[in-house]
Write a protein that binds this ligand. Structure first.
Ligand code: S3P
Length: 432
């Protein structure tokens, strides 16, 4: 049955909370832990549907993984120790699982089929299968380049690849295939994207060299097991950061959040809009920078979002659009066509939802123009996109009437305890 959120208007946010573990880092911890020599212990692992899909995929390929309240222990089998699964790997809603696994599966000595839910089954995969084919991978997609993917493991050759889109998933897929390739694989990105794969490979004692926008590694090495403390996910924190900015008389702290420089577009953009956000207790954890983030209510104003911030905030635009709706004046986003191929078409779905609650928002081919205004109530279809559902939940803080969001079950893909934490800090949400 479809899950609905009903959010009564108003409320102010107070308190201190820790949101669940970083999704990108959690996926990668399972993948590298499985392929390492020795046992990797992960704490703060995100027990969301997406990362559990990755975990189950490696169990299906013969890796012993045990899990106990966010603590995961992975008995690595080495780069060549995976076994063929006896059924297709079902990856649910998770684009990261499918794209990163494509790179890893391309160099195995067995075949695998990967499938996903309705949303994942419509997402473009040629962006990974094209470069992997150049390396010698044998991958079949559906006719339009979408899942299911059938990968027949092959020997791979290193390539030098210029990424046509700024995508950490594509970069990572090529680097992970590069572990199995003959020679030195290099990927050049058009703009910086999240660099968790590179950092974590280094943490597993695998040499990765960055020179400007080019990242290279040599195939044929080994990964050494590591212990990983996963920081709280800034992409989940984003909803509470915006919530505390737009709600009246609010002040909250978010603990132990990952603030990797390739992820902090949300903070940079909101600060330019006039947000009162400060960071304390910055320190390094497992090769990633973390901090506590403090947010107070503020009067936001519209801005032209700097294009170079777009890849650094790529998952945060649903929340940023709500901030723009509550800001004074016009906010303009360009250079963000990638948002159209996320879990939903986030440009169209967000513009439609904003219009439903009385905000003048115009979708453009690569972004949106939003006039800040008065939010009314309404019924929003999240189109099964977790971040759309959470974005319209926080919109209710500034609404004059109740907002109902439908098709919210997928919030569990990235933020399983969202409703509970939202209630705890002062959002008037109930679930049906
Ligand atoms: C991710 C990369 C981004 C992001 C996704 C997670 C990753 O996707 O949107 O949620 O973990 O590498 P793209 O590489 O498609 O931009």
């Amino acid at each position: 049955m479809s899950t609905k959120f009903i959010i009564n208007p108003g409320g102010c946010l107070r308190g201190s909370l820790r949101v669940p573990g970083d999704k990108s880092i959690s996926h990668r911890s399972i993948m590298l832990g499985a392929l390492a020599e020795g046992t990797t212990v992960v704490s703060g692992f995100l027990e969301g549907e997406d990362t559990l899909a990755t975990l189950a995929a490696f169990q299906a390929m013969g890796v012993n993984i045990s899990r106990n309240y966010g603590q995961v222990s992975i008995e690595g089998v080495g780069l060549h120790g995976l076994k063929a699964a006896n059924a297709p790997l079902y990856l649910g809603n998770s684009g990261t699982s499918m794209r990163l696994l494509s790179g890893l599966m391309a160099g195995q000595n067995f075949s695998v089929e990967m499938t996903g839910d309705a949303s994942l089954s419509h997402r473009p995969m040629r962006r990974v299968t094209d470069p992997l084919s150049l390396m010698g991978a044998n991958i079949e997609t559906a006719e339009d380049g979408t899942p299911p993917l059938k990968i027949h493991g092959n020997s791979l050759q290193a390539i030098n690849y210029d990424l046509p889109v700024a995508s950490a998933q594509v970069k990572s897929a090529i680097l992970l295939a590069g572990l199995y390739a003959n020679g030195k694989t290099c990927v050049t990105e058009p703009a910086p994207t999240r660099d968790h794969t590179e950092r974590m490979l280094a943490g597993f004692a695998y040499s990765v060299v960055r020179d400007g926008n080019t990242i290279c590694l040599e195939g044929g090495g080994k990964l050494q097991a590591n212990s990983i403390d996963v920081p709280a996910d800034i992409s989940s924190a984003a909803f509470f950061i915006v919530a505390a900015c737009i709600a009246k008389d609010s002040e909250i702290s978010l603990q132990h959040v990952g603030i990797n420089a390739t992820r902090i577009g949300i903070i940079n953009i909101l600060q330019q809009m006039g947000a009162d956000i400060s960071l304390t207790n910055q320190h390094d954890v497992s090769g990633e920078l973390v901090a506590d983030i403090h947010i107070r209510s503020s009067k936001l104003h519209g801005i032209h979002i700097p294009p170079e911030q777009v890849p650094l905030a790529i998952d945060e635009f649903p929340a940023i659009f709500i901030a723009a709706a509550c800001a004074e004046g016009e906010t303009v986003l360009t250079d963000a066509a990638e948002l159209r191929v996320k879990e939903s078409d986030r440009i169209q779905v967000m513009a439609d939802g904003l219009n439903t609650i009385g905000i003048n928002a115009e979708a453009t081919p690569d972004g949106m123009i939003i006039q800040g205004g008065k939010i009314q109530g309404g019924i929003i279809n999240s189109h099964g996109d977790h971040r759309i559902a959470m974005a319209f939940t926080i919109a209710a803080l500034c609404a004059s009437e109740t907002i109902t969001v439908t098709d919210c079950a997928n919030v569990a893909t990235s933020f399983p305890n969202f409703v509970k934490l939202a209630q705890q800090v002062g959002i008037n949400i109930s679930e049906q």
